[in-house]
Design a protein around this ligand. Structure first.
Ligand code: IVH
Length: 671
């Protein structure tokens, strides 16, 4: 294919992918299947890799992330990002309306919107192209989180239609409840503490250094205001509808996410409607926002030092209930993490009967200052599990005892431990605590791990209680006759189970590593460790410093992994898995491309290259044992420089004496 032909094809695929992305993520009206979409995306990626000079920073391929931001640059907002005055009662809304009427004596129109519970963002578009995304920060200046925001599929990288040349659009980035629950399921799988709520998770996600992780987290957006010159209309509502035509995800009037009213009655109808229906939304809101529609009236009303006079937020009270704390139970997870749960006298809250509430950890119990049989306030916000928000101390019964965190594991009696950097207490009897053992075996057999058919939680329980398995290695020594002796185990079930076990022996190394359930080793970390160390022996010998040599493996993970392999029982377990025939090294295919040549060297890759894409180069560095980092520092070994590399990076490398090499030299390095 000639460059000219490639250019035409790339332009076609880019336009089509932008269009289908918009149909899927903004309009929820896909025209093609996910498979067809992925096929086109791959085709574009291949062409961009082959003709890097034709790639663009706003190509649909950028949605998958990959850019690393080491530190987020502080950027001043062109127009300050103000906050909203809050109100909690109808009276305050009436006062707001009266205030406005006093200042404006012409006809007024209000726009009501949902108050999204996420993170505010301002995105700058120049000539219809996504240029920069900045957080609200202190309202005057925020952090440049461009690379992370580019991965959010509902935010267009290129606009269509008749848009102004230069403007900022503002809105909220949030994590839909579905994405949040999925993420927490993954956290549980990796034996990590669960995240408290979608809002904090959104904010944490947007500040992650690796945009490819952000890309996988399912963030979404609603945009709710425009700032700039030459706006298309002189009212807020109509401007937003125009912005919808340019490709933005704007609150949908058909779903009643946004509505116009001429009277205060309309405003109250909107408030009442969402007070009742807000829990049916797929995302969290914490109120509604009321805005004056006309821009000239907005200007007339002006702003105070913190917020505009033309808008107000009405915040819903979280549904609160009062009940009695009956007792606290402590659950043991498969990694030994102890989770306290409050058992409550059943109380009706937001339409459901609540019997339990999460307490997270010892600090939370201490903060609430809980006593036995306390009268407690329970709230149900967006989160599925309600939480205790306070105690009515006046109702505390005389002589009742303060609740202390337990000192021993409720399942096996072993002493609990809490290290400085962790919020949770852990049962340290990793290989002797029945609940942990059963949890670990179930995780080992689960779909994303060894995927052993017919070995679900119930079967694990049966096999463990009857003494047939005590750890994951025992699974591979199960005998048909012994299984048949168990209750509920017919010949067919036993044979199916044994077949499932046999089939699992071909599961690749990285999944075996994930299956072990080492704390903080989820699927991604397991993959990184497997690619770097290539086999279990090398991984088991690595100390903490060597483990942190692997890209994105920090001290906490390194400590957990090294600790796991220091344990003699774990070493025996791995040896038994080895003799059972599990895959404890990378497959031939993967090994072919892997060497140690770059071990101990770190690289910054910057610019556009003639023969490889940046991602290809990064993969090659990692496959050859090197480490990729985002910015140049004294510790960087090489700056791998391509066309159009940022001058700042070059200057920094020169000042620090970091060697700058081109792709030819790099190819020589790896032979
Ligand atoms: S308008 C000048 N509209 O609420 C006011 N804000 O305290 C600009 N928010 O930081 C904001 N939903 O993050 C507006 N429909 C909505 C909103 C909304 C949520 C957030 C926003 C802002 C905070 C204001």
């Amino acid at each position: 294919m000639t460059t000219e032909e490639a250019k035409i094809k790339i332009e076609y695929l880019t336009a089509e992918l932008h269009r289908h992305n918009h149909l899927y993520y903004v309009k929820s009206q896909p025209e093609i299947s996910d498979f067809e979409f992925d096929k086109m995306l791959k085709e574009l990626q291949v062409l961009e890799d082959k003709f890097p000079e034709l790639g663009s920073p706003n190509s649909p391929t950028k949605r998958v992330g990959g850019e690393i931001t080491k530190s987020f640059e502080t950027v001043f907002h062109r127009f300050p990002m103000m906050s909203l005055a809050n109100s909690y009662s109808r009276e305050e809304i009436m006062e707001f309306e009266t205030r406005i009427h006093k200042l404006i004596n012409s006809r007024l129109e209000y726009v009501c919107e949902l108050k999204y519970d996420g993170v505010a963002i301002s995105i700058h578009y120049k000539n219809g192209i996504f240029n920069r995304a900045v957080t609200r920060g202190d309202g005057e200046k925020g952090d440049d989180i461009t690379q992370n925001v580019k991965t959010i599929r509902s935010i267009p990288l290129k606009l269509r239609g008749d848009f102004p040349d230069d403007f900022e659009i503002r809105g909220e980035i949030f994590m839909p409840r579905g994405s949040f629950e999925k993420l927490n399921r993954e956290k549980i799988e990796a034996g990590e503490a669960v995240l408290a709520n979608p809002r904090n998770t959104t904010s944490g996600t947007l500040k992650m250094q690796d945009s490819s992780v952000v890309a996988k987290r399912g963030l979404d957006s609603f945009l709710y205001s425009l700032a700039g010159e030459n706006l298309p209309s002189d009212t807020h509502y109509e401007t937003m509808m125009k912005a919808m035509e340019w490709g933005f995800k704007i609150p949908d009037p058909e779903k009643n996410y946004i509505a116009k009213f001429k009277s205060i009655d309309g405003i109250f109808t909107f408030i009442d409607y969402w007070e009742k229906h807000r829990f049916q939304l797929p995302f969290d809101i914490d109120g509604v926002v009321i805005k004056v529609n006309s821009y000239s009236q907005q200007e007339q009303l002006g702003v105070t030092s913190k917020s505009p006079r033309w808008a107000i937020a009405y915040k819903y009270k979280a549904e609160q209930g009062i009940t009695i704390l009956e007792k606290i139970t402590f659950q043991v997870g498969r990694t030994g993490a102890i989770t306290p749960v409050a058992n409550l006298k059943p109380v009706l809250l937001a339409g459901t009967v609540v019997k339990r509430a999460s307490l997270y950890n010892a600090d939370q119990i201490e903060k609430l200052d809980l006593y036995e049989n306390d009268t407690v306030f329970v709230e149900k916000g967006g989160e599925i599990i309600p939480k205790i928000t306070g105690v009515d101390k006046l109702k505390r019964l005389p002589g009742s005892l303060k609740i202390n965190f337990i000192l021993n594991c409720p399942e096996c009696g072993s002493p609990l431990l809490r290290s400085e950097e962790e919020a949770n207490h852990y049962c340290v009897n990793e290989n002797g605590c029945p609940t942990q053992i059963k949890g670990k075996i179930s995780h080992f057999a689960s779909r994303k791990a060894m995927d052993i058919d017919n070995l679900g939680e119930e079967t694990v329980d049966l096999l463990y209680t009857s003494g047939l398995i005590k750890n994951v290695a025992d699974i591979y020594h199960l005998e048909k006759e012994k299984i048949l002796n168990l209750d509920r185990m017919a010949e067919r079930s036993a044979l199916n189970l044994l077949k499932g076990i046999e089939d699992s022996k071909i599961v690749p190394f990285e999944r075996v590593l994930f299956a072990l359930g080492i704390r903080h080793v989820g699927e991604t970390v397991a993959k990184k460790l497997a690619n770097y160390f290539k086999n279990f022996d090398a991984l088991m010998e690595a100390n903490e410093t060597q483990l942190t040599e692997v890209g994105e493996i920090g001290e906490i993970i390194a400590k957990s992994v090294a600790g796991y392999f220091r344990n003699e029982q774990n070493k025996i377990l791995i040896n038994r898995l080895k003799s059972a025939g599990l895959q404890l090294e990378l497959s031939e295919d993967k090994l072919k491309n892997v060497t140690d040549k770059l071990k101990g060297y770190s690289f910054v890759v910057s610019g556009v290259f003639a023969n490889f894409s940046r991602d290809e180069l990064k993969n090659k560095i990692e496959q050859n044992g090197g480490k990729c980092v985002g910015s140049v520092s004294g510790k960087t070994s090489f700056l791998l420089a391509g066309e159009g590399m940022g001058p700042e990076k070059k200057k920094k490398a020169e000042n620090l004496g970091v060697k700058i090499i081109g792709e030819e030299e790099f190819v020589k390095l790896i032979g």
